[in-house]
Write a protein that binds this ligand. Structure first.
Ligand code: ADP
Length: 475
């Protein structure tokens, strides 16, 4: 079977969040199980082609759009899967993938629309003949639309994975003309969304299957509360909607081999985790390694429950505990956290995107905070557990599918239901109490390290889905 896999970010080439982790790991794992996979990503200015051994090939594609021609040069890298990078500096030679903290680039419809056309053109020109095209989130959601509507490849199956329904690629209706689409698909049953064009909706309608990244989120998004206006569409297509739990790449996230952490360890040498804690505290100027260390790593966005942390910060500063917060995101949150850098003796704050620091934190921490208001899957909690760090999370989406509260038989984490300061702080206090029971705490650290959150089983489920679509009748 041959599969094209398109994503706006693929680890380790470009990453702003979990999408990159999955889009990096999944094609490789699927390829290692015998499927031929071609990955596609825009070549951003930020991609270090020398470091990654990405080379230019003798090919280019022209996309006629918006009354002009966009030429994409083609770059390539072969490892387990073959990755193609499409380069157009006018569209992608910018400082950010989607836009600065103030907001998205205004021409994102053209940027990702042109990229989507370029992928389709390249597939055609190079006769890749895929059985299936798998796309991810709104940025590549136009590909299934083009595949069906522009290229008439009705035999080529398409899968769209929704990593986060909150981002849909909504733009004014004249995008229909800018993107060379026809007004015949600008209606409620296709791309139209309240008199605007909605990329993600197009992807949902035109794909053979829609997946999302955890079973709970697959259910949640069919309700108005989590549906971001698309719950009706998702209910309509619920017969082709699947929740497949994401996983993490155990080669990338492994405390035994991680070069960035202070001291490697595994479940049998868990005591060495404390060396990481000690050296991390020293590095960032926190004291008292006997106290529990809570960390937060993530996009500073409303979704991530950042407001709960902001509201609780005074109480946290009075706890007999240390905190380390690493995040970067929306301007208002960046500004708030910058304003408290160095303010509290027991709270280290860094407003930045820094993978090395994040790895040191996963290794050093006792508890990870994930108070998300919604969380399609969430990878931080899986990474944390792989590093022997217990998780404190809100009971939603993928967090509900991966964290079991300590009050349950075989529980190993802390869940709270309502996103209130009281419930959040209560979970922190419950964790602190458990931390004092050293024997139980260590047992749980070992236990979470041994739970299997690897992407291998995710890959197997996707291959099964691909197979079922390949053999299903056209519909
Ligand atoms: P998202 O909704 O942002 O995709 P996920 O939990 O699915 O959230 O994935 C987040 C990924 O991004 C994890 O690998 C996490 O370690 C990483 N990450 C998030 N913010 C930062 C940051 N400020 N610095 C380093 N890594 C980060």
């Amino acid at each position: 079977m041959k599969v094209v896999f398109a994503s706006s970010e693929i680890y380790p080439f470009a990453k702003t969040g979990g999408l990159a982790d999955i889009a990096g790991a999944l094609p490789r794992k699927i390829a290692s199980q015998g499927v031929k996979v071609f990955g596609f990503m825009p070549l951003y200015k930020t991609v270090d082609i020398n470091k990654h051994g990405i080379i230019k090939i003798d090919a280019s594609v022209d996309v006629k759009l918006n009354n002009r021609v966009y030429t994409f040069e083609v770059y390539k890298k072969i490892d387990d899967a073959t990755f193609f990078f499409l380069k157009n500096d006018e569209l992608f030679g910018r400082d950010y993938l989607y836009g600065p903290p103030e907001g998205d680039y205004p021409d994102n419809d053209i940027r990702f629309g042109a990229f989507s056309y370029a992928v389709m053109e390249f597939i055609k020109r190079e006769n890749l003949n895929p059985d299936l095209i798998h796309v991810n989130d709104w940025q590549t959601a136009l590909i299934p639309v083009l595949n069906y509507y522009k290229y008439n490849n009705h035999h080529v199956r398409t899968v769209i994975t929704i990593h986060n329904l909150a981002y849909q690629g909504i733009c004014d209706k004249f995008a229909i003309e800018r993107l060379n689409l026809g007004w015949d698909i600008f209606h409620m049953e296709a791309l139209e969304y309240y008199d605007k064009v909605n990329f993600l909706k197009g992807g949902i309608v035109f794909s053979s299957a829609v997946t999302t990244v955890s079973p709970t989120y697959a259910k949640e998004i069919t309700y108005p509360e989590y549906g971001y206006g698309l719950d009706g569409v998702l209910r309509k297509y619920s017969n082709k909607l699947y929740g497949i739990l994401n996983g993490i790449d155990y080669d990338v996230w492994n405390p035994e081999t991680d070069k960035h952490i202070y001291e490697n360890y595994c479940v049998f040498t868990i005591q060495k985790k404390s060396i990481n804690k000690k050296l991390f505290l020293k590095e960032v100027g926190l004291k008292d390694e006997v106290k529990p260390l809570y960390i937060f790593i993530g996009r500073l966005a409303h979704q991530k429950g950042v407001d709960l942390i902001m509201d609780s910060i005074e109480e946290m500063s009075k706890m007999s505990a240390n905190f380390a917060i690493l995040g970067f995101g929306d301007r208002e949150y960046n500004d708030f956290f910058k304003s408290i850098e160095g303010k509290y003796e027991n709270i280290f704050v860094k407003v930045d995107y820094n993978e090395t620091l994040s790895r040191k934190m996963y290794a050093a921490a006792d508890f990870l905070l994930m108070p998300s208001l919604f969380e399609p899957c969430g990878l931080n909690q899986m990474i944390a557990m792989r590093y022997g760090t217990l998780v404190i999370a809100r009971e939603t989406g993928g967090l509900k599918d991966t964290v079991k509260d300590i009050s349950q038989p075989d529980g190993y984490g802390f869940l709270f239901k309502n996103p209130t300061k009281e419930e959040f702080l209560n979970a922190l206090y419950r964790a602190a109490e458990l931390y004092n029971n050293k024997k139980l705490f260590e047992n749980l650290q070992k236990k979470v390290m041994e739970i299997d959150f690897s992407i291998d089983s995710t890959a197997r489920k996707y291959i099964k889905l691909y197979e079922s679509l390949k053999y299903s009748r056209e519909g």
